[in-house]
Design a protein around this ligand. Sequence first.
Ligand code: ZN
Length: 307
Amino acid sequence: MSSAPLGTPGRLRLMAVHAHPDDESSKGAGTTARYAAEGVEVLVVTCTGGERGDVLNPAFEVPPGHEFETLAGKRAVRRLEMAAAASALGVRQHWLGFVDSGLPEGDPLPPLPQDAFARVPVEVAAAPVVEAVRRFRPHVLTTYDPSGGYPHPDHVYTHTVSMEAWRAAGDPARYVVDGGAPPWTPLKLYYNHGFSLARLRAVHEAMEGLGLESPFGDWIESRAAREIPERQVTTRVTVADYFGQRDAALVAHASQIDPTGFFFAVPRDVEADVWPWEEYELAASRVPVEPEEDDLFAGVRGTQEAR
Ligand SMILES: [Zn+2]
């Protein structure tokens, strides 16, 4: 596994930690595209290779010279897709090299495979995240909430290792590696909230109002029925100008994203009108903050660029 990229001194830096290739395109993609366009240095860190994903796009064709049957074959194809997505977003990307745990199904649930990311001990799984933080030196870190935001073991574990890195990367006594980068303390930590009930409802109502079929009807009902408390949203980043880049990144994940499917069911002018934001929950901060924000770098900007 190659080393994580070094951050550039004098620039604001954002690191987004994700479970699988394609998560960076379906969660917070507009935000990373926007900050990159505005001169922030953005690094997407991908914990696993997505080796246990199924083909989710009926029109997917395996690229010439590749196969999509073995873990190694899927990993190789998904690396190609990820490179195209990162290019569409204008961001850098770094693989941690862990193996996709797969989404266990059945009752009772089967055990996770031996090589699964979610079975790797925390101090082993977090070590390369700590290393990436120390080398890239992000001011802001994004990850998932404790539920994973989606009940996939890799998403839950991505939260776990990100929190460990948030706590440990600045501590010179932890994760000591010969020749390793010096400690670095990120200043703000966010959870991605791409699918708040408020968003689902707003878009759903707008679609119905226009006589269009909403993709969110059943989802809203099941979410409301589960009565899971909604996570807090502290921060809305306006990204409508970056929907095009986000969509290009999604489509780049050709094995996973159906360009006529769910992610494209809402006309973009409707989305821009009703919900031009991506939402976040400020989970922790080491700088003073306001209760509501429209910028992940609020409280950081103007003070930290030189670090
Ligand atoms: Zn995922």
